[in-house]
Design a binder for this molecule. Structure first.
Ligand code: NAD
Length: 354
């Protein structure tokens, strides 16, 4: 297969981890006779320095024309002034909007070999394998907000607003993804209080009727937060609105033990997607060559699966990562006594492909 993949290394450890993911993708392409063309573009702080904007037009155009996009991370202390007009994360938000991505996927599958670094007891994380699907373009973060009144009567408001079509497309995606998994969708809301949640639940039930082979359950967001630390193994696919998803995905991320391990994908209609590790630019370790590239390498596997339809190759990468970690090949964030460098970890994965 021929595919054009845009790389956006970004800031901090972004370039270090993207480099390793690219090498793994090149090794997979060679093994299976695929032709991947890679082009690199600017996004985030590095783009602000070079062009004055966090997402140059040519970056968006390249991403829109490509088959898929792999991102490292954006941001860092250099661009952190809250009063600044141009900020690195604007690049990320602009890109999601420009590529019309409305669902963020975060799989969480703690590896048995790393049980000891999870903050949870081993028996609580054993068998955990779920996927959170978070709505990305609506809800509280995008509704009308403002202030009114003066003095002690001054009020601030934010609005949680969803249309049926916004809910339907993301819930539908969750059902489609559950088909290839354990056929359970947990729709998370706050329907005992919020009208937007009652609409969400109504649409989830409607969509559920189109997928009779998939079981649908509803759970309130507060009890879902508890269940994630007590009985996470019961979940398969979770789907929820933007802010609930923002909070729950961070909670879910700690189950694996290190931010450096987890991948993510942002999808819209069609196959194009944006893939990135869940961590940030880690300025405290940037330039030292010690960042864990596994989250980015697993993001590359998701890219092969969701954008290029290369399931076998995606599984090959995931298996190689598991084998490397089981063999004790660990970076510093995993508590290794003699930690591997970023590129040694990438090589440890490459060596176990196939
Ligand atoms: P962070 O994820 O960058 O770092 C948190 C901690 O985890 C740090 O101690 C870091 O060293 C460690 N860590 C993260 N990734 C690691 C890896 N791959 N290997 C080993 N250790 C790793 O979060 P932060 O410190 O809150 O944010 C730093 C910058 O990143 C900020 O400017 C923030 O805005 C930005 N950020 C960007 C994204 C993104 O690009 N999507 C996401 C989150 C934060």
């Amino acid at each position: 297969m021929n595919a054009h993949i845009v790389l956006l290394p970004g800031d901090g450890i972004g370039p270090e981890v993207v480099k390793e993911a690219r090498l793994v993708l090149e090794a997979v392409a060679k093994r299976h006779g695929h032709q991947f063309k890679f082009t690199e573009h600017l996004l985030g702080g590095c783009a602000i320095d070079a062009t004055g904007t966090a997402m140059p037009d040519e970056t968006l155009a390249a991403c829109q024309a490509a088959d898929a996009v792999l991102l490292g991370a954006v941001g860092g202390p250099k661009w952190d002034d809250p009063a600044a007009k141009v900020r690195p994360e604007q690049g990320l938000l602009g890109l999601r909007k420009g590529m019309q991505l409305y669902a963020n996927l975060r799989p969480v599958r703690p590896m048995p070999a790393l049980e000891h670094i999870s903050p949870l007891k081993p028996e609580r994380i054993r068998g955990v394998d779920f996927l959170v699907v978070r709505e990305l373009t609506g809800g509280l973060y995008f509704g009308a907000r403002g202030r009114k009144g003066t003095g002690e009567d001054e009020q601030a408001f934010d609005t949680m607003i969803y249309s049926k079509s916004e809910v339907r497309r993301v819930v539908k995606l969750a059902f489609q993804l559950a088909k290839g998994r354990r056929s359970l969708v947990t729709s998370i809301d706050k329907a005992n209080v919020l009208e937007s949640s009652r609409l969400w639940r109504q649409v989830a039930v409607e969509v559920g009727k189109e997928f009779p082979a998939i079981k649908l359950e509803h759970q309130l967001v507060d009890s879902a937060a508890m269940r994630l630390v007590t009985h996470a193994a019961q979940f398969d696919v979770l789907v929820t609105e933007n802010m609930f998803g923002d909070i729950l995905t961070d909670e879910a991320a700690v189950l694996a033990g290190s931010l450096g391990l987890l991948p993510s994908a942002s999808l819209g209609d069609g196959t194009k997607g944006l893939y990135e590790p869940i961590h940030g630019s880690a300025p405290d370790i940037a330039g030292k060559g010690i960042a864990n590239p596994v989250g980015t390498i697993l993001s590359a596997a998701m890219l092969l699966r969701h954008s290029l339809g290369l399931e076998k190759e995606a599984q090959e990468i995931e298996r190689a990562v598991t084998l490397a970690l089981e063999a004790g090949q660990h970076t510093a964030d995993l508590g290794a006594k003699q930690p591997l460098t970023t590129s040694q970890m990438g090589q440890a994965v490459q060596q176990r492909l196939g």
